[in-house]
Write a protein that binds this ligand. Sequence first.
Ligand code: GLN
Length: 196
Amino acid sequence: MTTIGVLGLQGAFREHIRSVEASGATGVVVKKKEQLEDIDGLIIPGGESTAIRRLIDKYDFLEPIREFGKQGKPIFGTCAGLILLASEIDGSYDVHLGLMDIKVRRNAFGRQRESFEADLDIDGVADQFTAVFIRAPYIEGVGEETKVLARYDGHIVAAQQDHYLACSFHPELTDDHRLVLHFVKMVEHSRKSLAM
Ligand code: GLN
């Protein structure tokens, strides 16, 4: 059975477990770096990226998560998780994991639009996907290897680069599990190729 860990330091991690299980995989909350050895893919949830980063440092997760990604194991960053994956953050010298070739802008939709829902077409994944945005970032630019999966209002809100997946919104907060299912399939695929 494919096992997917959800980084459980801060933010919306419990909801992701429900979504992973609805997509046919086993979900585990990851609170210690040693648990990375027991999972096939990792979700970094939404929350507050600066708070998650503080806890990543406190529990010594930064290098182990980088190593996990560099082994070819899939990572899905949602909202704050997307910010943590990015190689560049607009207006900041800070980069967290820096695993994905994307430049992000935090809280990019402005104060008037702290949270909202929008119907998106996610390329190759889902049409008419109701996405929940909460103080969401967007992606300002992507590298050559990164595929844009969805835009909202002209801004990139979902992208994939090999085994890294990222979205600006919270796919775990509705009963539409198609994007999490897409990630589960990425993880199943990588399990097969890493076992060869
Ligand atoms: N605004 C948050 C941040 O900058 C992200 C919000 C979210 O994850 N819903 O980290």
